[in-house]
Design a protein. Structure first.
Length: 283
């Protein structure tokens, strides 16, 4: 009747019969050996994936710390020391990326791309931020990938390669175009914060440089539009918001910069950025 339990097909067989069938399975049969091999392969891939997730998390954390350090460049009296310290941190991050490259030897990187992508994006953001502070320009994906070519190290390579190949084998990892674009999009938020710090320190030139630079990046992203990956088009909103805040700062400096004391300008700018955020939420 309605509301009763549906009878399953295997309920027609006695429980003892099903138990006997399990006991009669030959573990040394070709079929069981195949399934055991599949189990071992899947477990190995899962363990590798988890190791890569952990490495990616470490890369993300250290990249964020490098970005926080670089934000002190504007206010610190010893800017060169800040850049040297950031270089040390980036070298340590690249050693982590080398471990990622080692895990991916002989593997299709795109099978594990989801595990390592967040770390690579944050690394691109940190490297491009340091490069902008040094050169006032954007680092290319080719230059980033050149820094991710690692010479062989005997202690680590001997576990994976024949000793005769130690002097010739080189590890490398390539940042994908999507990871590069997402990292650059996140960079714009850091440049907006750099603009606020510059205004607070009485630097009236940096905001106008940042405005032109961000406008060029925004124009480049609009060429991609909705034809690119979904994640890239989603970042376009944040990029547009950062550009609006920097252009608002430039407008304030141009129109009211002479009548407002420098130490008050940052408060005026912060109030205007909050207004922009509020308007964006309403629209």
């Amino acid at each position: 009747g309605s509301g009763g339990f549906r009878k399953r097909k295997h309920d027609n067989f006695p429980h003892g019969q099903r138990r006997d069938e399990k006991e009669n399975v030959n573990p040394s049969s070709a079929l069981m050996k195949s399934f055991k091999a599949f189990q071992l392969e899947l477990d190995t891939r899962h363990d590798k994936y988890e190791r890569l997730v952990k490495l990616s998390r470490d890369i993300t954390i250290e990249s964020k710390r490098t970005i926080f350090l670089l934000h002190r460049f504007i206010s610190a009296p010893n800017g060169e020391e800040i850049l040297k310290d950031s270089q040390v941190k980036l070298d340590a991050i690249r050693r982590k990326i080398r471990q990622v490259a080692q895990e991916l030897v002989g593997e299709d990187m795109y099978q594990y791309h989801k595990a390592i992508s967040p770390g690579l994006q944050e690394y691109v953001e940190a490297v491009s931020f340091q490069y902008f502070i040094k050169t006032r320009s954007l680092i290319s994906i080719e230059d980033i990938n050149k820094q991710l070519i690692f010479p062989p190290e005997e202690k680590e390579e001997t576990m994976f390669f024949d000793y005769r190949d130690l002097q010739t084998h080189t590890l490398s990892l390539k940042v994908t175009p999507v990871d590069y674009l997402l990292g650059v999009a996140d960079l714009t938020g850091e440049l907006m914060r750099l603009c606020i710090s510059s205004v607070g320190n009485g630097d009236m030139d940096t905001p106008f440089e940042l405005s032109q630079f961000l406008r060029q990046i925004f124009d480049g992203f609009t060429f991609i539009g909705n034809t690119g990956p979904y994640e890239v088009s989603k970042k376009l909103y944040t990029l547009k918001q950062s550009l609006a805040k920097v252009e608002s700062a430039c407008y304030t400096l141009k129109v009211r910069g002479s009548e407002i004391p420098k130490h008050v300008l940052v408060d005026v700018f912060s109030a205007k950025t909050e207004m922009i955020d509020h308007e964006e939420c309403l629209s």
